[in-house]
Design a protein around this ligand. Structure first.
Ligand SMILES: *Cc1c(COP(=O)(O)O)cnc(C)c1O
Length: 222
């Protein structure tokens, strides 16, 4: 068995079967991605539009591609035809464009709101106030081709476990609050995308339904 497969098996054996494992393949060549594919992995994620598009074209059709990186409005059109889920929605403007491109492609696009939970400086992600402003806006209510599917967050890059726990607890609390207040009758609003190689065990304890794992599957990136 290849090293990639061994790594995947190890991870699968340590998270509940209901948790989706996203293999974060950014910077990795298609041959390595195929190794994971050949041992059964079907969910992959990239953080750059161009790389995502290229890999989609080169790899088997039954891969589900997730976009996890910051997304510029002018690039949505390249991934709108095929992307399975966009994890990084952080503005009303971006949603408007995703909705428009979804209509052009005669589909609906599932997405997550990216929340700003880290205590360290980070450029991207919404506060709960910003998100509620979006949800309550008249524009948002007009978007019919987007599927709000939950929240995404990145904890601080730190070895301070207590801090990571605090941030995960915060986003889990936000999820429960939003679910109750806005999405009670939206069964698709059910995903919490938290947890990466270093902290996915903790993330699962805090209700993560999707973990985004790169280096623990494919090895470290240059
Ligand atoms: C790169 C990346 C990951 C995976 O990071 P690892 O530490 O390699 O598991 C997860 N989420 C996002 C948004 C990323 O950019």
């Amino acid at each position: 068995m290849s090293e990639v497969c061994i790594n995947l098996e190890k991870i699968k054996n340590t998270v509940p079967g209901s948790v989706k494992i996203l293999a974060v393949s950014k910077t990795k060549p298609v041959e390595i991605i195929l190794e994971a594919y050949n041992c059964g992995q079907r969910l992959f994620a990239e953080n750059k539009v161009q790389e995502l598009e290229l890999k989609f074209q080169q790899l088997p059709e039954d891969i589900e591609w997730h976009m996890i990186g910051h997304l510029q409005t002018n690039k949505v059109k390249y991934i709108a035809p095929f992307v399975k889920m966009i994890h990084s929605v952080d503005s009303l403007k971006l949603l408007e464009v995703i909705n428009k491109e979804a209509i052009k492609n005669k589909r609906s696009i599932p997405f997550l709101f990216q929340m700003y939970i880290a205590s360290e400086e980070s450029k991207f992600g919404l506060s709960i106030e910003e998100l509620e402003n979006i949800l309550q806006s008249s524009e948002y209510k007009e978007f019919k081709n987007i599927i709000p599917s939950g929240l995404m967050g990145m904890a601080s890059f730190t070895s301070n476990e207590a801090l990571i726990k605090k941030e995960f607890a915060q986003i889990k609390h936000q999820f429960d609050y939003l679910k109750d207040k806005y999405f009670k009758f939206n069964p698709e609003f059910c995903e919490l995308s938290i947890g990466m190689s270093a902290d996915y065990h903790l993330a699962v304890e805090y209700g993560s339904t999707i973990v985004r794992i790169g280096s623990s599957i494919f090895g470290s990136r240059k």
